[in-house]
Design a protein around this ligand. Structure first.
Ligand code: UD1
Ligand code: UDP
Length: 357
């Protein structure tokens, strides 16, 4: 019984790790990396930090347009599914690897399991929203992290093969936060003693418009405490192009491995982000989160009051309030359990195995 597991980018490696571990002994695993992320600090570093086996195959699709990445991934995944004839294929989240795997598997009638199914921003201008919708509608098995995700699927008529499992980010974060606390020297490396903010920005909607990106960076640079931003290569590319140099509180650093990032996040007073995974991790680690987006597919964090959507123009004032006002800060903590109990990986593998018993 073989399970083909497809990943392509940093967050998929992190969030699929608990599924890969749980599958051991139940399935023969064939791990495929589409190669969408390829820099060591966006890919290889995570296999090391998470103690994962090296991929059995890398499709090396690299960077490109949405169509190029999806098409190259589709051709590669289809070929290997034909070669291997596995019991099932799984992919996670909303990247182009998910779309390629969903299309390849469903057309070959290979059982396709979508991990992190049912999330919706209801914003079809995001490539990720298109990927989610398509994957959810061709999946045989949908592993929905929350009751809201189950309800979103039901709203679109997807009710067969739906399992509410929790999100594997809880498994990953709970397993690695103590290791990070013990092993990571990131605070010493960046000389962070007192109050500081962590930040990440990489979403196309924030980086493709240089003026919007500049406004976000200026708000971070004007903060009343240090702001450490490990820059995604996409963001670094645009900042280099426009010659952006921070002159105040902002410190642009290289992307961090998972243990260093978790430690940076865990000890931060507040996080500013447009990342999906970090909105979840911030709630788990009880770090107030400001999300620089007009919408989110993680609405439970906003409803719980631990995450706020902000526009670049409001960011500076909200950030300073959270950095300086204890009441404002404390009001945005206290909901670490929105995404389950840390056993999502196990549940997903159990549900997959039950299909073949
Ligand atoms: C992709 C996902 C996004 C996810 C993000 C995680 C899609 C549509 N987007 O966005 O949902 O949140 O990954 O980080 O699948 N680059 C490098 N080195 C790398 C990878 C990328 O330099 O190893 C640069 C290239 O210039 C590339 C750009 O970053 O063109 C964007 O990379 P890409 O993989 O296309 O999209 P992400 O923004 O990373
Ligand atoms: N992350 C990391 N190092 C960094 C930035 C992020 O390890 O320098 C981790 C973070 O903890 C989270 C994941 O990467 O688990 C989020 O990835 P990203 O923001 O790239 O993608 P998204 O979640 O938005 O799809």
């Amino acid at each position: 019984r073989e399970l083909v597991v497809v990943v392509g980018t940093r967050p998929e490696i992190i969030k699929m790790a608990p599924v890969i571990r749980a599958a051991e002994g139940t399935f023969d695993r064939y791990l495929v990396h589409t190669g969408q992320h390829y820099d060591a600090e966006m890919s290889g570093a995570f296999f090391e930090a998470l103690d994962l086996p090296a991929p059995d195959e890398n499709l090396e699709i690299g960077s490109g347009t949405q169509g190029e990445q999806t098409a190259d991934g589709l051709v590669g995944v289809e070929r290997l599914l034909l070669e291997r004839d596995p019991a099932a294929a799984v992919a996670l989240g909303d990247t182009n690897a998910v779309l390629s795997t969903a299309l390849a598997a469903s057309k070959l009638s290979t059982t396709f399991g979508h991990v992190e199914a049912g999330l919706r921003s209801f914003d079809r201008s995001m490539p990720e929203e298109v990927n989610r919708v398509v994957a959810d509608h061709v999946a045989d098995l949908s592993f929905a992290p929350t009751g809201q995700a189950v309800a979103n699927l039901a709203e679109e008529g997807v009710t067969d093969g739906v399992h509410e499992t929790g999100n594997t980010i809880v498994d990953a974060c709970r397993e690695h936060a103590p290791l990070a606390a013990e092993r990571s020297a990131v605070l010493e490396r960046f000389d962070l003693e007192g109050c500081y903010a962590a930040a990440t920005i990489h979403r196309a909607s924030n980086t493709d418009d240089p003026e919007r990106l500049r406004a976000i960076m200026d708000a971070l640079d004007g903060a009343s405490a240090p702001v450490v931003l490990p820059a995604h290569p996409r963001t670094r590319g645009v900042l280099d192009e426009i010659g952006y140099e921070p002159s105040g509180s902002l410190r642009l650093v290289e992307p961090l491995d998972y243990l260093d990032f978790l430690k940076l996040l865990d000890a931060a007073r507040v996080v500013v982000t447009d990342s999906g995974g970090i909105q979840e991790e911030a709630s788990i680690l009880e770090v107030p989160c400001l999300t620089v987006r007009p919408n989110t597919e993680r609405p439970e964090t906003v409803e719980a009051g631990v995450n706020e959507l902000v526009e670049p123009g409001e960011l500076g004032a909200r950030l300073d309030a959270l950095l300086t006002d204890d009441d404002a800060h404390d009001a945005m903590t206290g909901h670490p359990d929105l995404y389950g109990d840390g056993r999502a990986g196990e549940r997903i593998v159990d549900a997959l195995a039950a299909e073949f018993d």
